[in-house]
Design a protein. Structure first.
Length: 179
């Protein structure tokens, strides 16, 4: 597969205990260290599954997925109004199933070539209503402030404005939007 002339393995590789992790350098040291030192521990503790996008020699990007919930308690009035609008009355709840993108990083050398966008597409496809292994309505992310615009561009919304000045902002995407 090729994106902007960059070749890579099309199918994201699910990290396993014996996976040899290829070098990875993004602009975020925490995200680099997580992949190197902690991703397998998260797998072992069943806290997150990591997926790798690679070429022959290096890791181009990675992301982690964990089960999550969208909870009325975590939203403000405006945020919940938007959620309610998209759900039929008979199915209104104060809690909905979700999948969380725990971490998402593109290597500095490959940034701006569409890999972030591709990962969001991959997650949407993994949880499309034809293939999802359990009910899942939303994709959530605790977005770094510098990535908020990236997620907004891809139709993620805020659940609350209470976290406006926090290091990360809770955002969600409604998977029903792709029906
Ligand atoms: C944020 C990040 C994931 C984006 O990935 P990327 O591969 O560089 O982004 P893409 O090339 O797929 O960009 C897709 C679109 O989003 C836009 N975009 C990318 N980063 C953006 C940003 N920070 N703000 C606004 N728009 C952004 C691009 O212009 C592009 O728009 P287009 O489709 O109209 O051309 C990547 O820059 C990264 O890993 N950053 C460091 C780690 C990080 O902040 N991760 C997020 C953790 S929550």
């Amino acid at each position: 597969m090729s994106l902007n002339g960059i070749n890579f393995e099309w199918k994201p590789k699910r990290l396993d205990f014996d996976t040899k992790i290829k070098p990875f350098e993004s602009e975020d040291t925490d995200l680099n260290n997580f992949l190197k030192n902690d991703a397998k521990n998260y797998l072992k503790q069943r806290l997150a599954v990591t997926y790798l996008i690679e070429n022959d020699v290096e890791t181009i990007a990675y992301f982690c997925l964990s089960n999550d919930i969208v909870l009325r308690l975590f939203s403000d009035k405006e945020g919940w109004k938007k959620i309610k609008k998209s759900i039929p009355n008979a199915k209104l709840r104060s809690i909905y199933p979700a999948i969380k993108i725990g971490r998402l990083a593109v290597a500095t050398d490959y940034a701006g070539n569409g890999f972030g966008k591709l990962i969001l597409q991959i997650v949407r496809e993994m949880y499309s209503s034809e293939t999802q292994p359990s009910g899942c309505r939303f994709v959530t992310v605790d977005a770094y402030q510098n990535a908020v615009h990236f997620y907004q561009k891809h139709k993620f919304e805020f659940l609350t404005s209470d976290d406006e000045n926090e290091k990360t902002r809770l955002m969600y995407y409604d998977l029903q939007a792709i029906q």
